[in-house]
Design a protein around this ligand. Structure first.
Ligand code: RTP
Ligand code: MG
Length: 149
């Protein structure tokens, strides 16, 4: 089944939004298969945001991700990659729709609380970058037959 990588960024942790993020993904019907709190190394942050290496905000973005703990997660479910991006909302929280995580809790593009993989291939790359295989738990939620026909 499809999986995606989600990270509560340092600002989301400091704003006490870890529980709110997990609650929204659980309530939606996705299954948590990996979860850890960690301080991010510069090397990992640079690899994670490698696609933005030439952008003017790359340095400050990497600096920020390394500045305080994050919570890294892997969520599973049909269509979870695109759906997670919808739950998270547009990159700039000022234009993210209300009802999304960024739209409900953020005001600044550089403090947009949470990351979600932007495509299935990106999700696969990010999951293997952030988690060792043995850190992921495959399990079947008891309510699965009430979530899927
Ligand atoms: P993310 O990768 O963090 O989930 O965010 P995203 O896909 O919505 O946005 P992306 O274009 O991948 O940008 C990565 C992160 O860089 C910061 N950013 N700052 N100052 C700026 O113009 C600017 N643009 C992007 C944001 O924190 C964004 O989440
Ligand atoms: Mg992105």
């Amino acid at each position: 089944m499809e999986r995606t990588f989600v990270m509560v960024k340092p600002d989301g942790v400091q704003r006490n939004l870890v529980g709110e993020v997990i609650r929204r993904f659980e309530a939606k019907g996705f299954t948590l298969v990996g979860l850890k709190m960690m301080k991010v190394s510069r090397e990992l942050a640079e690899q994670h945001y490698d696609v933005h290496r030439e952008r003017p905000f790359f340095g400050s973005l990497v600096e920020f991700i390394c500045s305080a703990p994050v919570v890294a997660m892997v969520w599973e479910g049909d269509g979870v990659v695109a759906s997670a991006r919808k739950l998270i909302g547009a990159t700039n929280p000022l234009t993210s729709e209300p009802g999304t995580i960024r739209g409900d809790f953020g005001v600044s593009i550089g403090r947009n609380l949470i990351h979600g993989s932007d495509a299935i291939e990106t999700a696969q790359r990010e999951i293997s970058l952030w988690f060792a295989p043995e850190e992921l738990v495959s399990w079947e939620p008891a309510n699965k037959s009430w979530l899927y026909e």
